[in-house]
Ligand binder design. Structure first.
Ligand code: APR
Length: 173
């Protein structure tokens, strides 16, 4: 049975098979967790992302989609990049946010990851409330795990700061 948990911390230090990046459609880096992951992974991560943009994701990664790359110098083996809905751009459909979590878990299972760490996608620059992200994320992950209980051992939400952690902890208890 897959363990679904929440911890406070920095996702770049997580000892898991795959960490999920709250990217933007360009896949070419940014601030927030995207910036932290690229900084910790090193330049080869950006090179892999550039290759994705030269190939299948020529027009960028759509909101709600997910794609895996290597993880450079990070402890994880894979980075799974997903693009959350941006409330400031009018992207307020919770199904788009749920898709970030379910597509990332699909990709994790496809590459063979057994443990996955998620940040609070869209809860930063993209302006979604922590409580809503927690509610959408936890139910999306729980639904996915109930439909495929054997693919993953651990799904861990890794939250920056007390407010976001409390929102996820409340959803999980
Ligand atoms: N570990 C875990 N969580 C982190 C870390 C980290 N090292 N750094 C930031 N966070 C948290 C933020 O505090 C927030 O709660 O991740 C959550 C998501 O915030 P953002 O990184 O701003 O992501 P998002 O809201 O999805 O906006 C994505 O921001 O950084 C740019 O390139 C990115 O354009 C994209 C946009």
């Amino acid at each position: 049975m897959t363990v679904v948990e929440a911890v406070q911390g920095d996702i770049t230090t997580q000892q898991v098979d795959a960490i999920v990046n709250a990217a933007n459609s360009s896949l070419l880096g940014g601030g927030g967790v995207d910036g932290a992951i690229h900084a910790a992974a090193g330049p080869e991560l950006l090179e892999e992302c550039r290759a994705l943009r030269a190939g299948r994701w020529r027009d960028g990664l759509p909101v709600g989609e997910a794609v895996a790359t290597g993880a450079g110098r990070l402890p994880a083996r894979w980075v799974i990049h997903t693009v959350g809905p941006n409330r400031h751009a009018g992207q307020t459909d919770p199904a788009l946010l749920a898709s970030c979590f379910t597509r990332s878990l699909d990709v994790a299972a496809q590459v063979g990851a057994r443990s996955v760490a998620f940040p609070a996608v869209s809860a930063g620059v993209y302006g979604w409330e922590a409580e809503e992200v927690a509610s959408v994320a936890v139910s999306a992950v729980r639904d996915w795990v109930s439909s495929d209980p054997d693919s993953l051992e651990v799904v861990r939400f890794v939250l920056f700061g007390e407010t976001v952690f409390s929102a996820f902890d409340a959803e999980l208890s």
